[in-house]
Ligand binder design. Structure first.
Ligand code: CP
Ligand code: NVA
Length: 320
């Protein structure tokens, strides 16, 4: 058993039963999750056995929005941790056929956990509150995308060793991905900048919560000037201008966000060899140009790969 990846240097560190937000973690849990992901990633690459805490358990994937990366990586993660997934159709589970609390109370009798992608964060809370025995993971809401932030921080840790003192600039919409990235990075001591058009800033309560979890000298700076935001940054991150559910705003947003396109000229204001990051899917030619996303300093597919390893670590901690 000595080659089996174990939970933790510190086996007392477990994840909470509910992972709605990065802020459901404290910094110890966040660092533990990233460290465990490193171990699980190495074990997978070497085809070494590792923890299988989901043996004999089922996890339900409930997705009300499209997904390539999140759905695929959670499916693989559950299977590699010994469990099985069920994928009830969204229109049956979350489409109003029965109340969301009745859905949750049914699922609670069959599965150990649910991974949910939905619209308002309150829908996840409704499921968790109706079925307290279920472990519940946020696979993206309108407000947050915490699993993405875990992968992003693992990617940066691999590149830099530590986020402490590094400057990470999110350019574009102050959306779910921006919020979760800022929460996680600031807990690891990064200087986070968020550069958005006027009217598309992080919600004020999100900024306040981020400032409340600052550690190791990390800072949050918000600006409406893309060049100022990117100046000297060690990493530049962007995301789509219109998120899922905002498709009707696509055309108007293209005009407003045009000065926030991440192109070679904007990257020229960042530090030499600054990393480019994107959660994907990317709308090439809108928020990012081909030359940037395909450049040698783009780490977008590392981020995508790391979704798997960090979600395995998260589930292993939740089901330890
Ligand atoms: N980044 C991300 O969550 O991708 P999907 O929407 O494909 O899951
Ligand atoms: N902000 C995007 C992220 C997609 C992974 C959205 O919510 O559609």
């Amino acid at each position: 058993m000595s080659n089996v990846v174990r939970l933790a240097k510190n086996t007392a560190v477990r994840a909470p039963n509910r992972f709605f937000s990065v802020l459901d973690f404290d910094h110890v849990q966040l660092e533990e999750c990233l460290a465990l992901a490193v171990s699980l990633k190495a074990a997978r690459a070497a085809r070494r056995p590792h923890v299988r805490p989901l043996e004999g358990l089922h996890i339900a994937l409930l997705f009300e929005k499209p997904s390539l990366r999140t759905r695929s990586t959670f499916t693989i993660a559950v299977r590699e941790l010994g469990g099985e997934v069920i994928e009830p159709p969204a229109e049956v589970v979350l489409g109003g056929r029965e109340t969301i609390s009745d859905v949750a109370k049914n699922l609670e009798r069959w599965v150990a956990g649910v991974v949910i992608r939905t619209f308002a964060q309150s829908r996840i809370e409704a499921i968790a509150n109706a079925a307290p025995r279920l472990k519940v993971v946020n696979a993206l809401t309108d407000e947050e995308h915490p699993c993405q932030a875990l992968a992003d921080c693992l990617t940066l840790t691999e590149k830099w060793g530590s986020l402490r003192g590094r400057t990470i600039t999110f350019v574009g919409d102050g959306n779910n991905v921006a919020a979760s990235l800022a929460q996680a990075a600031i807990m690891l001591g990064a200087h986070v900048r968020v550069a958005t058009p006027v009217g598309f800033e992080l919600p004020a309560h999100v900024s306040a919560a981020i400032r409340g979890v600052t550690r190791l000298g990390g800072t949050l700076v918000e600006t409406n000037d893309a060049v100022e935001g990117v100046r000297g940054a060690d990493a530049v991150y962007t995301d789509v201008w219109a998120s899922m559910g905002q498709e009707s705003e696509t055309d108007t947003r293209k005009t407003v966000f045009a000065p926030f396109q991440v192109n070679a000229a904007l990257m020229g204001h960042a530090a030499p060899d600054a990393l480019f990051m994107h959660c994907l899917p990317a709308h090439r030619g809108d928020e990012v140009t081909d030359e940037v996303i395909d450049s040698p300093t783009s780490v977008v597919f590392d981020q995508s790969e790391n979704r798997l390893h960090t979600q395995k670590a998260l589930l292993a901690m939740m089901f330890a």
